[in-house]
Design a protein around this ligand. Structure first.
Ligand SMILES: C[S@@+](CC[C@H](N)C(=O)[O-])C[C@H]1O[C@@H](n2cnc3c(N)ncnc32)[C@H](O)[C@@H]1O
Length: 430
């Protein structure tokens, strides 16, 4: 049975979490990307005409920070759920919008009882009983049915999407998910929560999310749902600030699957494997077996990468071969990205990549040096890197900021206004 004192703590946690981080606390994506880091880079520039680009935008941190500071931003992300989420995070909300959301939300709350006695849709998550206790699951599915009844599925309505974001928070907070590890793990037993407790968390989370929208997003954020290896239709970029996937086998689909299933961005495990395979560094589910038969369309030959890959392949482990292909494919994909990024940049531009190293069977994959070499091969100049953080889970793991420039880079007046085909302009509820 659930314990009121635990639930009280729970609600407080939600409240504090949201209050301290504003929009950035709406949803957790591991590993977190530092708001301060983006601000630090932007502080190097004075000219608000510069266009900022994040080709791996995830939850949209770069875009929100840039636009709050008055810079127009372009974001690119392959995962449609994250594109949807970042669009809500980067939107402006008026008092009227907030009142409308509150009104609609009350209607949803009033309808929950009606759905509790019905059989409602639940997502096809593998071993769902390990995530949510049966009673909790029933309440969550009733809440979901009530939301759909009033505002439609997430993909059908942008106006009230903040309600879906509050729902995402509630599904994660009533689940057995533990965040004490770099990637999502499940505790042994899911807790049982009563309807009153769950709706209480939902109401508090909703109030919090709504109140965190009263800041102003001063500039435009354009979001493209695209592959950063291609980057078609994007141009006029002055400053790139990004954190791509690291070569460490973290799967963003795996991390985001509870939200993606509940919001119908994933319907079954085939969907998740397919999206993960399309992501750089993704090897979750069937994506792993696809690696064994993967063939590059061209080769990227440079000694440091070859040495690293050969060293991994030569270790005594049943997965040595697989992991050597994984590392090769990761850098192959990133090189395609780095080359195509060059075309999106203005005559002069600066790029900042936050990336971590990794180890496979004690072989150190020196991301800083490998990235430096790739930027060099792709024609960038002024290339350097610095350690910005030691990752605390393992002594040998660090995070670096790799800097590079096009034609020397500079802070100069940008002449172009960005307009990407098929992109969303994030006017309030536009
Ligand atoms: C480290 S995360 C970015 C986190 C982000 N800085 C934030 O604050 O949320 C890397 C992102 O790259 C995305 N990604 C992976 N492969 C991609 C590709 N080929 N094209 C575009 N985005 C991709 C992943 O979906 C993930 O959201």
């Amino acid at each position: 049975m659930s314990d009121l004192s635990i639930v009280k703590q729970f609600s407080e946690y939600t409240f504090k979490y949201n209050m301290s981080l504003g929009r950035h606390g709406w949803l957790r994506l591991t590993p977190a990307y530092s708001v301060h880091l983006v601000e630090k880079v932007l502080n190097l520039y004075k000219n608000k005409d510069l266009v900022v680009f994040d080709p791996f935008s995830g939850t949209g941190t770069t875009g929100v920070v840039a636009a709050k500071n008055g810079y127009n931003a372009v974001l690119n992300e392959i995962n449609p759920f994250l594109v949807w989420f970042a669009a809500q995070k980067a939107a402006n909300y008026s008092d009227k919008d907030r009142d409308n959301i509150r009104r609609v939300f009350l209607e949803i709350i009033e309808h929950i009882d009606y759905y509790v006695s019905k059989e409602n849709w639940i997502p096809n998550i593998f071993k769902i009983e390990k995530w949510w206790n049966t009673e909790t699951l029933n309440i969550l599915s009733a809440i979901r049915a009530s939301i759909v009844d009033v505002i439609g599925e997430p993909k059908e309505s942008n106006r009230f999407s903040l309600i879906w974001i509050a729902f995402c928070r509630v599904i994660i907070e009533t689940s057995s998910v533990a965040f004490n590890h770099i990637s999502m793990t499940l505790k042994s037993e899911p807790m049982q929560y009563k309807k009153e407790y769950i709706t209480d968390i939902l109401k508090k989370t909703m109030a919090n999310i709504i109140s965190s929208t009263d800041d102003t997003i001063k500039a435009n954020v354009n979001i493209v749902n695209g592959d950063s290896r291609i980057l078609n239709g994007i141009s006029g970029i002055d400053v790139v600030i990004t954190s791509p996937p690291y070569p460490n086998r973290i799967s963003y689909i795996r991390e985001l699957r509870p939200y993606m299933y509940w919001l119908k961005y994933i319907i079954n495990s085939e969907d998740s494997s397919e999206i993960d395979w399309s992501c750089i560094g993704g090897t979750w589910g069937a994506a792993t077996s696809k690696l064994m038969t993967w063939e590059p369309e061209a080769s990227i030959v440079f000694a440091m990468l070859e040495d690293t890959v050969n060293e991994i392949a030569g270790t005594e482990n049943k997965n040595s071969k697989l992991m050597s292909i994984y590392v090769y494919k990761y850098f192959y994909d990133m090189y395609m990205h780095i080359k195509n990024l060059y075309k999106t940049l203005n005559e002069k531009a600066d790029v900042y990549y936050i990336v971590g190293n990794s180890t496979f069977f004690n072989v150190n994959v020196k991301s800083d040096l490998l990235y430096e070499k790739m930027f060099d091969m792709a024609g960038y100049s002024n290339i350097s890197s610095e350690v910005i953080r030691k990752r605390n889970c393992n002594k040998k793991l660090y995070e670096y900021c790799i800097k590079a420039s096009k034609n020397g880079g500079t802070t100069y007046k940008n002449k172009y206004v960005y307009a990407a085909p098929n992109s969303q302009t994030l006017l309030p509820f536009g």
